[in-house]
Design a protein around this ligand. Structure first.
Ligand SMILES: Cc1cc2nc3c(=O)[nH]c(=O)nc-3n(C[C@H](O)[C@H](O)[C@H](O)COP(=O)(O)O)c2cc1C
Length: 187
């Protein structure tokens, strides 16, 4: 049993070269984590494996983002997102997360994987503003309205959520190549 930490408004910064990896079952229970995951989140591998992924859920994250994430993954599509995570010590860290469903030979989804890297400050700034608005809409009017706001925001920019994140990130150079190679390795 893991207790929810008390939220502290202090950021954990970590190396751009550190990829945080996890794999879950179809309910979001963690089945695999790498060493960087423990290092940054503060949870041991034993605490993480078998726990639901929402142990990292930060109260500043709008529900609508996770709704979109789950809807996309369970429809068999990959999705990238910018996420504020809650560490065991109550501090937070921002990541760019690439999530993907994994299939068996029959085409059934058997697992979900996440590769995360540190989000640069400009990405954090742009996302934070959007999420703050969404969260306040959620508190007053519920998740559907914040989802509608996100959809209108994306429509206005003529992007879907993945494209919005891509626009923000624009991965380039050696780091992007490293990430691609790393993803192949983990499978
Ligand atoms: C592969 C995978 C990785 C995830 N990684 C995170 C994460 O790093 N942080 C997080 O808050 N939620 C993550 N989630 C989403 C959680 O499962 C959950 O939906 C979210 O924390 C919101 O919690 P709630 O559904 O209980 O409201 C991940 C889900 C999957 C499938």
């Amino acid at each position: 049993m893991i207790y929810r930490p008390i939220v502290i408004d202090e950021e954990i910064k970590f190396s751009k070269k550190k990829f945080i990896v996890s794999k879950t079952d179809l309910k979001g229970n963690i089945v695999f984590t790498n060493k960087n995951f423990s290092e940054v989140s503060g949870y041991t591998e034993a605490e993480l494996v078998g726990s639901p992924h929402n142990i990292l859920r930060h109260p500043d994250m709008p529900k609508a983002v996770f709704f979109l994430v789950w809807q996309t993954l369970l429809a068999g599509q990959p999705i990238s997102g910018v996420v504020k995570n809650l560490a065991k010590n109550g501090r937070y860290y921002w990541v760019i997360a690439d999530l993907e469903p994994k299939f068996n030979s029959k085409g059934d989804i058997v697992a979900l994987t996440a590769f995360r890297r540190a989000a640069p400050q400009d990405v954090i700034d742009a996302t934070e503003e959007l999420y703050k608005t969404m969260l306040s809409i959620e508190k007053k009017h519920g998740m559907e309205k914040s989802l509608a706001y996100l959809e209108a925001f994306l429509e206005e920019h003529e992007l879907n959520y993945n494209e919005f994140v891509d626009e923000l990130i624009r991965p380039k150079g050696i780091l992007a190549a490293l990430l691609t190679a790393f993803k192949k390795m983990i499978g």
